[in-house]
Ligand binder design. Structure first.
Ligand code: ADP
Ligand code: ADP
Ligand code: MG
Length: 455
């Protein structure tokens, strides 16, 4: 029973991306939107649209009742949640399926296990996948956190089990700082996710963030190799690549196989990503979390494997088994993605919503721009600042870098400040050219750069 009417419960570039895949599969697209998004590209592209509420996300894109109501009224057969918003909300997935519709993603119980970070750590340990030393499940109170932190030894990280998007996380260097970090992380997670539960991990200061893309059909699972996402600011990714140049073929195989083993152990259905920290000195890797949804940076994987991941997740949601075996999935060339945000890198990344008065989108060989923009569009202050993702591919990393520089030079977004200028400088940075970075490299580089500029 292939899906013929798809409701997209998201906004922005991912709503556009999902519509493209849906249309290629011949589906009728139903785009829900807030009052602030009535003029969005996703709304303009859709076959049918439904206004689900006022601008605030809590009243629109997080309003499960309004979205389910829209699905009922429009006769949708399936709901694609995109990323963020309700994409990792198990109760929402259950509610969609309880109405007799398909949730394009894993089953609610899988989200409960793998979307809760403390529970996912346990599942990883059970599947024989190494995790960062830390607590067994959540910590009950500050006293337990103190005991555990001593046992693990400082520095430690206090992390919200329900966290995401870099929120609900604090690094603690010494015992005196634990209480404040504990309180802040709980409060932040409660506000953002309605759940203040915390767990502890050893803080690994010079790790790389390397993650593995998987696709499962509920029975079998395959991987699509890894992405290198170490260039981060405030624990949010800014620049991603595939593959990770630091992995040897043997380590790549062990890492990717561990991700498949874990996905299979929970009967994973849909697209998912297993995130790891990687120590490039020792070659050790540690599972940190699973994102039970399509991710922002999925295009770099599509570029090196030639597989449309969103199309495959829609086919699986329609009841088809995986059509690729592991041997069918090859790795070719190198891809880099630069996240273009409506933020001003010269003003501490202050959000810069406003009207895009002029737009030129780069083209040419190996160049892709997944965006929500059109000329004249007013970037809304209500949602996250991602405007688009500039993705380049070429046969090698050495030739992909100048291609990215060229594409960044072509990209023109007029009227608002964007992070394009940051990426232009990153492309020129010797450490970036050499691939010599870790998860805190970008923040250190930004601090040094700021000191240099204000001297
Ligand atoms: P990715 O690896 O796909 O970038 P992120 O964790 O950075 O994953 O999240 C992608 C988007 O989803 C961001 O806009 C982020 O703010 C949002 N997000 C992530 N987790 C949650 C969550 N649990 N609830 C709400 N929004 C989230
Ligand atoms: P989120 O759900 O917000 O994405 P993650 O658990 O994936 O949270 O962590 C976000 C980022 O924080 C990671 O990409 C990494 O840079 C850093 N991080 C997470 N855990 C650790 C750790 N134990 N040691 C060092 N850095 C970490
Ligand atoms: Mg993460």
């Amino acid at each position: 029973m292939a899906i013929s009417r798809l409701l997209i419960a998201n906004r922005g570039e991912i709503a556009v991306r999902v519509q493209r895949a849906a249309r290629e599969l011949g589906m009728h697209t139903i785009q829900v939107h807030s009052a602030a998004d009535a003029d969005s590209l996703a709304v303009r592209m859709a076959d049918e649209t439904v206004n689900i509420g006022p601008p605030s996300a809590a009243k629109s894109y997080l309003n499960a009742a309004a979205i389910l109501d829209a699905a009922r009224k429009t006769g949708a057969e399936a709901v694609h949640p995109g990323y963020g918003f309700l994409s990792e909300n198990a109760a929402f997935a259950d509610a969609v399926e309880a109405m007799g519709l398909v949730f394009v993603g894993p089953r609610g119980d899988t989200i409960r296990t793998m979307g809760d970070k403390a529970a996912a750590r346990s599942a990883a340990q059970k599947a024989g996948v190494p995790v960062v030393p830390g607590s067994e499940g959540k910590v009950d109170d500050l006293a337990e956190a103190r005991r555990l932190a001593e046992a693990i030894s400082y520095p430690v990280m206090v992390k919200a089990s329900a966290g995401g998007g870099g929120r609900g996380i604090r690094v603690v260097d010494a015992p005196a700082a634990l209480e404040a970090a504990y309180d802040q992380a709980t409060a932040e997670a409660k506000a953002a996710f309605g759940d203040g539960g915390l767990y502890l991990e050893k803080f690994i200061p010079r790790a790389r963030h390397i993650e593995v893309q998987v696709l499962g059909d509920g029975v079998d699972a395959v991987h699509f190799y890894e992405r290198e996402c170490s260039l981060q600011r405030r624990r949010q990714k800014i620049w991603e690549e595939a593959p990770a140049i630091v992995l040897t073929p043997a380590i790549r195989e062990r890492l990717c196989n561990s991700a498949v083993a874990l996905a299979k152990s929970v009967g994973y259905r849909g697209a998912g990503t297993l995130e790891y920290l990687y120590d490039d000195q020792s070659g050790d890797f540690y599972f940190i979390e699973m994102n039970t949804r399509i991710q922002v940076e999925h295009p770099v994987t599509e570029m090196i494997t030639g597989v449309d991941l969103v199309r495959e997740m829609l086919r699986i949601a329609g009841g088809e088994p995986l059509r690729l075996t592991q041997n069918d999935i090859g790795l070719r060339g190198h891809a880099i993605e630069a996240r273009i945000n409506a933020e001003d890198p010269d003003r501490d990344f202050r959000p810069s919503p406003g009207v895009v008065t002029g737009l030129h989108i780069p083209g040419g060989p190996g160049t892709r721009f997944d965006t929500l923009l059109y000329a004249g569009y007013a970037v809304s202050p209500f949602y996250d600042s991602l405007l688009g993702k500039l993705i380049v591919w070429d046969h090698s990393r050495e030739s992909a870098l100048p291609r990215l520089r060229r594409a960044l030079d072509e990209l023109k977004i007029e009227g608002i400040a964007t992070t394009t200028s940051l990426h232009r400088r990153l492309v020129e940075a010797p450490d970036v050219a050499a691939g010599a970075f870790h998860t805190r490299w970008l923040e250190q580089w930004l601090a040094a750069d700021k000191a240099e500029r204000t001297r």
